[in-house]
Design a protein around this ligand. Structure first.
Ligand code: HEC
Ligand code: HEC
Length: 230
């Protein structure tokens, strides 16, 4: 998206002195993902956040794979995650009513080189804080919660997940399974939303899989079952 040059210039000039909060909408497409991965690591986001693609396991802040897998399963679009991430980096909201440590502001996570907010950190700095935030957001929005490398030991396609986790109890002709503890899914023909609910929450003799399958895997098996049973 393009802004009138006057507005862009005003933002750039203001940013030399301090971060003042120019508009945040519309930046979702201009981030560079591979620069974003390097920045995610260099800025030490991983000290507080787990993100499988980056190989980080921090636990102070939310697990970004879990947070975004849920959002993906709920049908939120990638550009939304990118904007959420960018806003979170530039304008973290800390809630003083909870005991939780909030997320530090951009002056600490992404100090500008030579800026007054570089808080004495000589090692890491960025030339352009907003661009760095866009790059990181493009990267996180692309990889978080995709399950791409979240659980490498487990299959990601719906049919394999079904055969491994569900077929012992359910008959489904397409998967070649003949379990009869639970309903025959060729007959039940459950809609996707019902499959997601049962797999996530369990019911009666059916266990919940929310600790053994991640959001992307639940989404994949639900997509498969709802299509195969028809
Ligand atoms: C000192 C720990 C810390 C560091 C460093 C940190 N974060 Fe956070 N982050 C948090 C905490 C705590 C929260 C949750 C509270 C909040 O929303 O402010 C959070 C929230 C988030 C969220 C929102 C997640 C959700 O579920 O909505 C995103 C996205 C995020 N951080 C990305 C980043 C990125 C990218 C970096 C690196 C530039 C980073 N964080 C650095 C602690 C940290
Ligand atoms: C230990 C046996 C068992 C396993 C494993 C199991 N289920 Fe079930 N499932 C059941 C039982 C029993 C029910 C009936 C629950 C009830 O309604 O009380 C059920 C119900 C369902 C339903 C609802 C069907 C309807 O029409 O009401 C769906 C969908 C489903 N299971 C999908 C799955 C999927 C997908 C998996 C694998 C991730 C799975 N199940 C694993 C036993 C199992």
């Amino acid at each position: 998206m393009r802004y009138p040059s006057l507005v862009t210039g005003a933002c750039a000039a203001a940013a030399i002195f301090a971060f003042t909060g120019c508009g945040t909408g519309g930046y979702s497409d201009d981030g560079n993902q591979s620069a974003g991965k390097d920045l995610f690591l260099a800025a030490n986001c991983g000290a507080c956040h787990t993100l499988a693609d980056a190989g980080t396991a921090g636990q102070i802040g939310p697990n970004l794979d879990d947070a975004f897998a849920q959002a993906r399963a709920d049908g939120m679009s990638e550009s939304t995650f990118v904007n959420v991430t960018r806003d979170q980096i530039l304008f973290p909201i800390t809630d003083p009513s909870t005991e939780q440590v909030g997320m530090p502001g951009p002056g600490q996570t992404l100090p500008e080189c030579g800026g007054d907010d570089a808080a004495g950190a000589g090692d890491f700095c960025v030339e352009d804080q907003e661009q760095a935030a866009s790059d990181i957001a493009a990267y996180v929005g692309r990889v978080a919660g995709t399950g791409a490398s979240a659980t490498p030991d487990k299959p990601m396609d719906g049919k394999s997940i079904f055969a491994a986790s569900c077929g012992s109890c359910h008959t489904l002709a397409d998967a070649g399974t003949t379990g009869n503890v639970g309903p025959n899914l060729d007959e039940a023909k459950p809609p996707k939303s019902l499959v997601i609910d049962r797999v996530t929450n369990g019911q009666g003799a059916m266990p919940s899989f929310k600790d053994s399958l991640n959001g992307a895997q639940i989404e994949a098996v639900a997509e498969y079952v709802s299509a195969a049973g028809r």
